[in-house]
Structures are given as C-alpha cells and as structure tokens.
Design a protein around this ligand. Structure first.
Ligand SMILES: Nc1ncnc2c1ncn2[C@@H]1O[C@H](COP(=O)(O)OP(=O)(O)OP(=O)(O)O)[C@@H](O)[C@H]1O
Ligand SMILES: [Mg+2]
Length: 249
C-alpha cells in the first residue's frame, strides 16, 4: 500500500491518502495535549506505543465480535484504516465518576455508577467541544435519530467488551472516548483510536490504596511520566492478546 498526500493533521495523528480510495494511512504522533490544547508536550515513544495499543485493543474487540476501521498496523507509528465519513462526535462512556463529570456535577471522583453513562460532545475546537444531547444532534443535522439508535447500543457494547478486556489485565476502565463513522457502503464502525490518551485506566495491581493512573491524567494533572504507564498497558495487552491467540508482530 502506498502512502500518498497528507489529508489532515490533528494534535495526535496525521491522516494520509493511499492508492486505495477506501483506505487511509494514519501516523501516530508523539505529542500530548490537554486542557483544550493549552498544555502541549512531546513524549518520545508515545506515537509507537499508542499505535500498538490501539491495534491490540481493536484486535481484542474484534475477537469479541466488535469490528473497527482497523485494516492493519504497517509500521512502528503507522496503521491502515478503512476510510469513513466520521460523525463529528466524541462519544464518551463512563463507568465511574471522573474528570468533566465531577467538575460539572460536583461529584466526588471514583464513585462507581449503577449503570454506564453515555455522553456526546460535538467536535468543534472553536466552541471547545460542547456537551450536547440527542435532540441537539438531531436538530443540528449532525446525525439522525436512526444514527443515534445505532450509535448508542454500539457504544454500550464496546463499553462491555472493553470492561472485560481491561479487567483481564487488572485495570479498571473508568471512562473513555470513542469516535464512529460510516464506510462508503453505510456500515457504522468504531474508528479513530482507543489508547491511554482516550481512556481513564486505573491500575488494580497496586494495593497501596491510592489511585495509580495508567493514562493521560498523569500528564493532565502533572502526576508523573506517561511513558512507563503506556508501556505497562502495552505490555499487559500484548500478554492478553497472546493468551487469546492473537498474532502480534
Ligand atoms: N476511519 C477514519 N476515516 C476518516 N477519518 C478518521 C477515521 N478515524 C479517525 N478519523 C479522524 O482522524 C482524525 C485524527 O486526528 P487527531 O485525533 O489527531 O485530531 P482531532 O481528533 O481532529 O483533533 P484533536 O487534535 O483534538 O484530537 C480525527 O479528525 C478523526 O475524526
Ligand atoms: Mg482526536
């Protein structure tokens, strides 16, 4: 597969065209951003780790009957994905109170919910990715009622599968953000990435009683170096994938 012109550059990844119009080349960058892009730093090795972690997570999800846009990893920092028409949405699933949920609602971090909470944020840098509900999305023509009737149950299924995957590596899945789109034939698929940049992952192997973050909160909150945490996630997911017979190169 040939890598052609750059189509888009975001804060975490670059998208390139390929000689197949249905396939994109994604390059994972080393940069980390937080606080609506105000905080920015480069971490050597982060692109490679996130590329590997996303690939492992998508492979583990596929094993659980949840397909994604991933075609295959093609290098240290690159992967091929099925090109989609993306919904400009951050789809957030929460199992435990943290982050924006706590600041918005005055809830203490770490409270486990009786059932998962699904939230939508519109991807719009100028408006700082506003929180929206189903009706907002429908009247703004971001998606239809029918789209939402597919997106919401798929998001819940992804949550169930991810809870299982992370529980198997002794990590609590507090919350995460995903994106979805439709391929040219109209199939709704999980896209973008699932990495410690986009999830809150709390280590359950540490028994000191305090939360051991294995995610981007280390950077957001100046709690420590992200790279060893991302390496730990990559190591544990690789072991799990191997135990499930998933080929890792
Ligand atoms: N299968 C796909 N087809 C088309 N576009 C995709 C696909 N998967 C992800 N994308 C898009 O690729 C882009 C990835 O870039 P990146 O995550 O760096 O930037 P961003 O999400 O636009 O902005 P931010 O810098 O806030 O993350 C996103 O716009 C995402 O919606
Ligand atoms: Mg992004």
């Amino acid at each position: 597969m040939e890598k052609l012109e750059k189509l888009y550059e975001g804060k975490a990844k670059q998208l390139f065209a390929t000689d197949d119009p249905e396939v994109l080349w994604v390059e994972y960058k080393n940069s980390a951003t937080a606080g609506d892009g105000e905080k920015k730093e480069d971490f050597a090795g982060k692109g490679r780790l996130n590329n590997r972690i996303t690939t492992l997570v998508f492979d583990l999800l596929a094993k659980r009957g949840i397909p994604s846009h991933l075609v295959k990893r093609v290098g240290d920092t690159a992967q091929l994905v099925r090109k989609m028409d993306m919904f400009p949405l951050e789809i957030v699933l929460r199992n435990t109170a943290a982050g924006h949920f706590c600041s918005r609602l005055g809830v203490e971090e770490g409270i486990d919910f009786d059932e998962p909470v699904l939230e939508y944020f519109m991807k719009n840098d100028e408006l700082h990715d506003p929180f929206v509900n189903d009706d907002d999305l429908v009247v703004l023509h971001v998606c239809t009622r029918q789209d939402l009737a597919e997106i919401a149950p798929l998001a819940k299924r992804i949550n169930e599968a991810l809870i299982d995957i992370f529980a198997k590596i002794d990590v609590k899945l507090v919350d995460f953000k995903i994106e979805m789109g439709r391929t040219s034939d109209g199939t709704l698929l999980l896209g973008d990435e699932i990495t410690p940049d986009s999830c809150r992952l709390w280590d359950q192997r540490d028994h000191s009683g305090k939360v051991e973050h294995l995610d981007k909160d280390l950077f957001r909150r100046d709690l420590g170096d992200i790279i060893p945490a991302y390496e730990e996630i990559e190591r544990r997911l690789s072991e799990l994938a191997a135990s499930e017979g998933i080929a890792i190169d």
